[in-house]
Design a protein around this ligand. Sequence first.
Ligand code: NAP
Length: 313
Amino acid sequence: MERLIIIGSGPAGLTAAVYAARANLDPLVLAGGLYGGQLMLTTEVENYPGFPDGIMGPDLMMKFREQAERFGARIENVDATSVDFSKRPFVVRTADNQYEAKSVIVATGASARWLNIPGEEKLRGRGVSTCATCDGAFFREKRIVVVGGGDSAMEEALFLTRFGSSVTVIHRRGGLRASKIMAERATAHEKIDFIWDTVVEEVLGDPVMTGLRLRNVIDGTTRDFAADALFIAIGHTPNTAIFEGQLDLDEAGYIDSPDGTSTNVDGVFVAGDVNDIRYKQAITAAGSGCKAAMDAEKYLEALEFAVKEEVHT
Ligand code: NAP
């Protein structure tokens, strides 16, 4: 029986692992086949404190991992495929194993949605990004495009005006989904212009992005548009499929938590982007991983104390 299983190995899961291992909880981390989370898909990270010269996303995650292992966290690169939180001990299954645990931290993150168009994957980190906060500063005085019509797209576009020589928002419809205030701010900004009723069909350039192939969805015409960066802001999908029916989720599929670490199941905690529709930063995920581990420690302490008392009486 495990005392603590951590599902996920991005900044939240691995920070929880560092804290839990140092608290002698002997955590087992089910890191996922594609371990390390979203930072494994990023190039340079310049806003993670402690690295004044920046650090590559995958290198940062290897450091997180080494630090957790140094204190004894056991990390397996396997996906959790299903859970049963309706009974105790909790059950977590992988393709080949079934684990029982007294407590669980869910840190499975969220995945940025991609357009799934030609050139997008090849030019990731070479012009194509899903995070303006992370990558905007690489495009000073460059022509920047943002795809999307929601609040995220407006927020990204407004943020990117600090860097780009121009910021063009491309939206597939003729009206924005964003809240009125965000839409007004973006439309009023002198550096931001809009291309409506248009989809991006291909990202162009080799080895770096040089433009986009656009298609007007009303008349079907296509044209090439010169640009240096494409920020895709069409939403995130929380990685919660295996928790449906087990944990309370909000309407967007994120795990509901009244305080950012607890869930509707006592003993199951949550950390990182899987509960964060707002900030989605490595540092905020790491902070919540720390909190979840400390709360799990308190929970286990009380649980194991209660069991000891029962044995004595
Ligand atoms: P969202 O509201 O779901 O908007 C996604 C946008 O991307 C929509 O305009 C959608 O177009 C477009 N889109 C989706 N799939 C697409 C595709 N394959 N190709 C082209 N366009 C596509 O997502 P979000 O902007 O990330 O916001 C998520 C939630 O967080 C919202 O509730 C939002 O209000 C909130 N949020 C708030 C703030 C803030 O208040 N500062 C900041 C960020 C996010 P359609 O409009 O045609 O569907």
